[in-house]
Design a protein around this ligand. Structure first.
Ligand code: URA
Length: 185
């Protein structure tokens, strides 16, 4: 099994897909290396590409705030990464070919971190891991047990920013996550 540092350096020099040509930084992920909770978003945006850190723009700040309300933070108890390590042009959805190539890094990260719960942030990661028929409006906040861990889909904070009426749904899902994590300890 590779260490997180080894996987990170592979990502930094990756040239498996054309996104490497336009990247400023690959965005490997940040947080606690042996966290019990890992979050998986979609792909870096402009701010993430510039800084090399996931979820640092407006959506990321909202995500951090909702997580903090339930006692979760990158410094203390979670690890955050994305399906893609490099930014797609104009923030378009990841292409299936990009996901297929890049998810190998993510799978190695999951193996190295070995979290008990994987929070799927948004439909892109949820559909990949829970199936293409996944529907966020119906299935958010439900935990699915597969491959020895819980998989837990939540709304993407960028979707919440487009429709702030849904913020309480995201907050409830994160509070439920808190309870779930406390119960499996
Ligand atoms: N959206 C994501 O899905 N990931 C990021 O890192 C930033 C925005």
């Amino acid at each position: 099994m590779k260490t997180l540092e080894e996987i990170k350096s592979e990502c930094a020099s990756c040239q498996k897909c054309p996104l490497c040509e336009s990247r400023t930084n690959s965005v490997f992920g940040v947080g606690v290396p042996n966290a019990e909770i890992m979050l998986i978003g979609e792909a870096p945006g402009e701010n993430e590409d510039l800084t090399g850190v996931p979820f640092v723009g407006r959506a990321g700040k909202l995500l951090d705030k909702v997580l903090e309300e339930a006692g979760f933070s990158r410094e203390k108890n979670i690890f955050i990464a994305n399906m893609l390590k490099c930014r797609p042009p104009k923030n378009r959805d990841p292409l299936p070919s990009e996901v297929d190539l890049c998810v190998e890094y993510l799978k190695k990260q999951i193996e190295a971190i070995n979290p008990k719960v994987i929070v799927l942030v948004g439909r892109i990661s949820a559909m990949y891991f829970l199936g293409k028929d996944f529907k966020m409006t119906r299935q958010h906040g439900n935990a699915y047990y597969q491959e020895g861990r819980l998989w837990y889909p939540i709304f993407h904070p960028a979707a919440i920013l487009r429709n702030m009426n849904q913020l309480p749904l995201m907050q409830e899902d994160i509070m439920k996550l808190r309870k779930m994590v406390d119960e499996i300890k």
